[in-house]
Design a binder for this molecule. Structure first.
Ligand SMILES: [Zn+2]
Length: 146
């Protein structure tokens, strides 16, 4: 068997590499069992989940289209589309209302940015962080076969 660290060939059954001393016994188990965390894009699920939010609903749509395997990534993609889709529509809708809309508009922006940062942090740390209502709906969409 070959050392995973330095590539030196070692006799089968060796516990430690003869050259660098790396442990050899525990390594083979991890090679075949990574299917649960696989993504279509080849990115780590938490990285892909974070990227779903980077460009708001636009990046959400990108990942809903691209991602076929990871429910985690598809969940965050759908949650991004709905959350920022609704916020964008609200932003446009209130912008046309005089006075009240002009006061509310910056508040919706602040809310959007706070949610944006919060969602990226949660997804980036690998959490299935669900917003009320939106998160439940996104979870249902994500669990459907693509
Ligand atoms: Zn080695």
């Amino acid at each position: 068997m070959f050392c995973p660290k330095c590539g030196t060939e070692n006799p089968d059954g060796a516990k430690f590499c003869s050259k660098c001393g790396a442990a050899l016994g525990a390594v083979p188990a991890s090679s075949g069992a990574s299917s649960s965390s696989d993504t279509t894009t080849g990115l780590a699920p938490n990285v892909a989940g974070l990227l779903c939010y980077v460009g708001w609903w636009i990046s959400g749509i990108v990942f809903v289209v691209l991602e076929k395997k990871s429910t985690f990534v598809r969940f965050h993609a759908w949650q991004s589309i709905v959350t920022f889709g609704v916020l964008t529509v609200v932003q446009i809708a209130i912008a046309v209302i005089p006075f009240i809309g002009w006061i509310l508009s910056p508040l919706v922006w602040i809310l959007s940015v706070v949610l944006w940062i919060l969602l990226m942090v949660q997804a980036g740390s690998g959490k299935m962080w669900k917003l009320p209502w939106v998160g439940d709906w996104a979870e249902k969409q994500a669990s459907k076969a693509p």
